[in-house]
Design a binder for this molecule. Structure first.
Ligand code: Z5A
Length: 218
């Protein structure tokens, strides 16, 4: 099974992947947890370029090709081998990010983006995308509590973030296997919603015996 957490910057994906990993450990599931862009040597090198500061100026097409270059390696070297071994793959971002950021956010032609995504993935799609939905200003507030300076994409500002949020909601309404979970509230509350969604959709894999306790990580 291949599950992807998606959402705008600061929505809490990294936090939620960590909490999910604890749950998978409790359930005795064999899994691989990873993030995009990255997950392979070439992917991490591409990540450095894509997430450099605003001085690393590039056309939207360059950004798209770099991200998809990383994705092709990620699919070949991380996702497909793990799935072939019968492991669960939990990823922080995948192709829905490309539609939201490079398609809607950067304004590239959506059909072309979709076609190039399919080349990079050789048609692999997740069993489920979970979009963590958060108002753009809340995501910005959460990120601003961290000391790091903004990368190229974070530096795009408020209207870009709003566009990306709307894109995710639109994609959830129009694409298959995409669900939306509110990212408001404490990390434990959000985690509880994600687990409920997984139990409801895949009861044979996830049981509710280890559902998160309010105020605890599971
Ligand atoms: N990108 C793209 O354009 N196209 C693509 O196809 C792909 C990616 C795959 C990846 O950067 C960038 O690549 C991304 C899109 C682009 N845009 N940018 N920039 P990244 O991996 O460095 O950044 P990110 O994906 O946006 O993640 P993030 O900034 O690390 O946010 P997050 O993972 O969603 O959230 P977090 O790190 O778990 O939490 C952020 C902060 O909020 C942190 O201090 C937490 O402690 C706090 N937090 C988390 N949850 C909560 C709750 N519930 N309440 C309060 N505070 C919270």
């Amino acid at each position: 099974m291949f599950i992807v957490l998606e959402g705008g910057d600061g929505a809490g994906k990294t936090t939620q992947v960590t909490l999910l990993s604890l749950w998978f450990d409790d359930l005795g599931l064999s899994y691989v947890s990873t993030r995009e862009p990255g997950g392979t040597a070439v992917g991490e090198a591409i990540r450095e370029i894509v997430l450099a500061g605003p001085e690393m100026d590039m056309p939207a097409e360059t950004e798209l090709m770099l991200i998809l270059g990383a994705r092709a390696a990620f699919v070949r070297d991380v996702v497909r081998p793990a799935l072939a071994d019968g492991k669960l793959v939990i990823a922080d971002r995948f192709s829905l990010s490309t539609m939201a950021y490079q398609g809607y956010g950067r304004g590239l032609d959506l059909d072309q983006v979709k076609r190039t995504v399919t080349i990079a993935t050789r048609g692999l799609t997740p069993d489920l995308y979970i979009v963590l939905d958060l108002p753009a200003d809340e995501g910005e507030d959460r990120q601003s509590r961290e000391a790091e300076s903004p990368d190229r994409i974070e530096a795009e500002g408020r209207s870009f973030r709003d566009t990306v949020r709307e894109a995710y909601l639109h994609l959830a309404a129009t694409e298959p296997d995409v669900t939306v979970v509110s990212a408001m509230g404490t990390p434990e509350e959000v985690q509880g919603r994600i687990r409920e969604e997984l139990v409801a959709r895949f009861p044979a894999t996830f049981t509710d015996s280890e559902m998160i306790e309010p105020g605890g990580a599971g």
